[in-house]
Structures are given as structure tokens and as C-alpha cells.
Write a protein that binds this ligand. Structure first.
Ligand code: PMP
Length: 439
């Protein structure tokens, strides 16, 4: 029987000084029962809690740890950078080198601007698009999350279907209190994977829309790939209407392909945002894009500041990470796909064999399980109406008990790292079978 007593005690202590005992609500007691686990350390594809339980880690620092925990070359890069001083009030050669690498790897990247998180990158990208086009409005899709900035923070969480309004005219639902009506006034929300409604909105607001921002594979309502031709259609509509296309590759970047989903699907946006896997576990963000658009960040035009933008420390880590990911013909990126595809196929077999109505959606490095009678979940509304998220949470809690650390929120996803092995695949599949047996 697994002991988690030390986690319980630390959680009681944490609640005295941290709001809900955590620093980001999705890690807290609202989701994790009977309480969240305190992690002591991680190594490779595994983490260890303070009660000495070991888990195969399929959360990996909310998708940041593409190389797994404590990768020796990342540890070495951190230590090298720390010895030389972590940050200076000046530019460094390594910033140029990393930017050059990004411009080689990412199809739309001709210029780069670094920030410190995915949220900072998407905030900057929207301001850039407004500054470049002189238009105020932008389109975001139902269920897509781009960070916690005011303009974006709506229609991300799952809700009862009667709260959503019609597909053509979704009700704008802020995901937080403290947002002003004004900050949401220029945000247009439409369903994803639906070209007709998007075309209607583009016509209705002709000449007023600065950008369409999209996750190229949806990662914040589980895992929902684009319908065939959808990203291409987005590219066409934006081009026809003088709208900038922004790919938010904060989750997909450096994962589906070295150049992200734009390389994988061969659809090149005008601007793209990155974070998470780019930093292999340290905080980083980046906006990249076509030169004439990105140059709007010049002095006197669109302002983007930041004490910690592109620290020497962060740049050393990103540089090493890109080396590791792309060496031997991108062998490590291929490994992310292989491991993910093996887990996905194995889980499907288990659900089939046990006659559990569940699907595993996604491919390669990212996937999510939906307990549903449907054959696929195509968008946010399907998720709200046809997915048993309570059942998923019960399953995920059982899986954690069986030694696999997954998100207990159906709206997030599972993710692979380069350190996962075939033995980990077996452990995940055995645990999944046991977890279903225990339910
Ligand atoms: N965009 C996407 C697609 C995300 O999933 C996230 C975070 N989950 C963000 C942006 C925000 O990134 P960060 O948490 O680093 O601010």
C-alpha cells in the first residue's frame, strides 16, 4: 500500500502560507485527491515523491521537460552558465547563436524576440499583430488556452453545454474574475475545426481583425488534432483578408518536429510563439516571425521589455537543448513519437479488451484519454457534451496510485520525453490495466 503521509503533512503546512497550498491552481487540492503529492526529485522519465514513491512521469513539468529530468547536458549547461554569471545588462553572443538556430529550424522564423514564458510570448504576439496591422480585434478559438493574459482568458475551461451559446455566436465566458469587459471587447471567439463559421466572422468583421491565434494541435482540452485541410484553410483565409496567422506552438514546438507543427503540417504562419520544451525545464518564451512583421518590435513602435529576456543562463540551456534534440538526424524527436505511439496503441488495446467505452486521441508525443461513446472528439463543444471528465479524473488518480504520474484534469494531456524507455511503456500499460481493474 502506497504511503503519502509526508506529502499530506507538507500540504497542511503549505496551506498556511501559500494560497490553496500551491502557486498555480491546477496543481492544487481542487484537482488532486486526497491532496497533491510533493515531489522530491526527478531523474530521466521518472519522478520521486517525498515518501519515496517512484512514478513514470507523463506530465513532465507541464510539458516543459522534453529531455526528462536532470538531463546531464542540461545540468552541465546550467552549471557552466552559473559560473560565468547568469545575466548581464548587455547582449551576449549566445543570444545571437540561439536566434540563428531558431531561424534555421522554424519555417516562419526570420527574426526572434525572447521572453520568459508562453504567456509573455502570446501577449507580445497579439500586441505585435495589432501594431503591425493597425487593427484591434483578434480571433481565438473555443477551448484554446494561450496563457493567463486578460485578452485571452475566456472560453478555455469546460462548461455545461447550455452555457455556451450557439456555435455561430458563442457566449463570451471569462475564465477569471477581475477581467474587465473592455479587455474582452476586441476578442472574437469561434469554434475550432469549423471553416464556415470562421469565414462568416472574417466577413462580418472585415478590415478589423489583426490576427487569428490558434494552437496547431489543441492541447488544452485534452488533445484534438486539426481536421485534414483545416490549418491550410486558416492560412488561406488569413492571407485573403490581410489577417496575421499566429501559431501558438508553446506546447507543440520542439516536439512534433524540430520546427514545430508548422514544419510537421507544412503550413507556415506569419508569427509563432514558443515556450515550454524550448527551455527543457527552465522558463523561456519566444516570438518568431517574418522579418517585416517582427521589425514592428523596433523602438518607437510596439514596445516589449523584460529584465529577464534572454538571460545568459536561459540561452546556454536552450542552445544545449537544441543540440540534443536535433543531433543524429533528429533521433530524439523521433523517439518522442515512437514512445507516444506505443503508449497510444497499447492503451487503445486495453480499453478494447476490457470493453471500456474510451478513446485515446492524439499521435506521437502528445495524447489524451476520453471516456466517451463517440469515435472522436473534434472540438471544445464535443468535449463539453460527450466526455465523462469525472471518470477520467478517477482513472487518473488510480493510475497515479499505480505509479504513473498523469494530469488528473481531462483538459490537459499526457506527454513523452526523450528519456522514456520501452520499459516505461510497459509500466504505463500495466498500470493502466491495473487502474481500470481497480475502478
Ligand atoms: N499557450 C499554450 C498553448 C499553453 O498550453 C500554455 C500553457 N499551458 C501557454 C500558452 C502559456 O504558457 P506559460 O504557462 O509558460 O505562460
Amino acid at each position: 500500500m502506497r504511503q503519502i503521509e509526508r506529502s499530506r503533512q507538507l500540504y497542511l503546512r503549505a496551506q498556511e502560507v501559500l494560497v490553496e497550498g500551491v502557486n498555480s491552481p491546477s496543481r492544487g487540492g481542487r484537482f488532486y485527491k486526497p491532496h497533491p503529492l510533493f515531489i522530491d526529485h526527478g531523474r530521466g522519465g521518472h519522478i520521486y515523491d517525498v515518501d519515496d514513491n517512484e512514478y513514470v512521469d507523463l506530465m513532465l513539468g507541464f510539458s516543459a521537460l522534453v529531455l526528462g529530468h536532470a538531463h546531464p547536458e542540461i545540468v552541465e549547461a546550467l552549471s557552466r552558465a552559473a559560473k560565468a554569471g547568469t545575466h548581464y545588462a548587455a547582449i551576449t553572443e549566445i543570444e545571437v547563436k540561439v536566434a540563428e538556430r531558431l531561424c534555421q529550424l522554424i519555417p516562419c522564423a526570420e527574426r526572434v524576440r525572447f521572453a520568459n514564458s508562453g504567456t509573455e510570448a502570446t501577449m507580445a504576439a497579439i500586441r505585435l499583430a495589432r501594431g503591425f496591422t493597425g487593427r484591434n480585434k483578434f480571433i481565438k478559438f473555443e477551448g484554446h488556452y494561450h496563457g493567463w493574459y486578460d485578452d485571452f482568458l475566456l472560453n478555455c475551461h469546460g462548461r455545461p453545454t447550455d452555457a455556451l451559446g450557439t456555435r455561430k455566436d458563442p457566449v463570451l465566458i471569462p475564465d477569471s474574475s477581475g477581467l474587465t469587459r473592455e479587455s474582452l471587447a476586441n476578442t472574437i471567439v469561434v469554434p475550432w475545426n469549423d471553416i464556415e463559421i470562421l469565414l462568416d466572422k472574417a466577413n462580418q468583421y472585415k478590415g478589423q481583425i489583426a490576427a487569428i491565434i490558434t494552437e496547431p494541435v489543441m492541447s488544452n482540452i485534452g488533445c484534438i488534432p486539426p481536421k485534414p485541410g483545416y490549418l491550410e484553410a486558416l492560412r488561406q483565409i488569413t492571407r485573403d483578408n490581410g489577417i496575421l496567422l499566429i501559431f501558438d506552438e508553446v506546447v507543440t514546438g520542439f516536439r512534433y518536429a524540430p520546427g514545430g507543427c508548422q514544419e510537421y503540417f507544412r503550413v507556415v504562419p506569419d508569427v509563432a510563439t514558443f515556450g515550454k520544451a524550448m527551455g527543457a525545464g527552465i522558463s523561456i518564451g519566444a516570438v518568431v516571425g517574418k522579418r517585416e512583421i517582427m521589425d514592428t518590435f523596433s523602438w518607437g513602435k510596439v514596445l516589449h521589455y523584460g529584465t529577464f529576456n534572454a538571460t545568459h543562463l536561459a540561452m546556454e540551456v536552450v542552445h544545449t537543448n537544441l543540440d540534443v534534440l536535433t543531433r543524429n538526424g533528429n533521433a530524439n524527436i523521433k523517439h518522442l513519437h515512437d514512445i507516444g505511439n506505443q503508449i497510444i496503441a497499447g492503451l487503445r488495446e486495453i480499453f478494447n479488451h476490457r470493453k471500456v467505452p474510451a478513446i485515446v486521441q492524439g499521435f506521437g508525443p502528445m495524447f489524451q484519454i476520453y471516456f466517451t461513446q463517440k469515435e472522436s472528439i473534434g472540438d471544445y463543444r464535443d468535449y463539453c457534451s460527450d466526455v465523462d471528465t469525472e471518470k477520467y479524473s478517477r482513472f487518473a488518480h488510480e493510475l497515479i496510485k499505480c505509479g504513473v504520474y498523469v494530469t488528473v484534469s481531462n483538459g490537459l494531456h499526457s506527454i513523452t520525453c526523450t528519456a522514456h524507455t520501452e520499459e516505461d511503456v510497459d509500466r504505463v500499460l500495466n498500470a493502466a490495466d491495473d487502474a481500470l481493474g481497480n475502478m
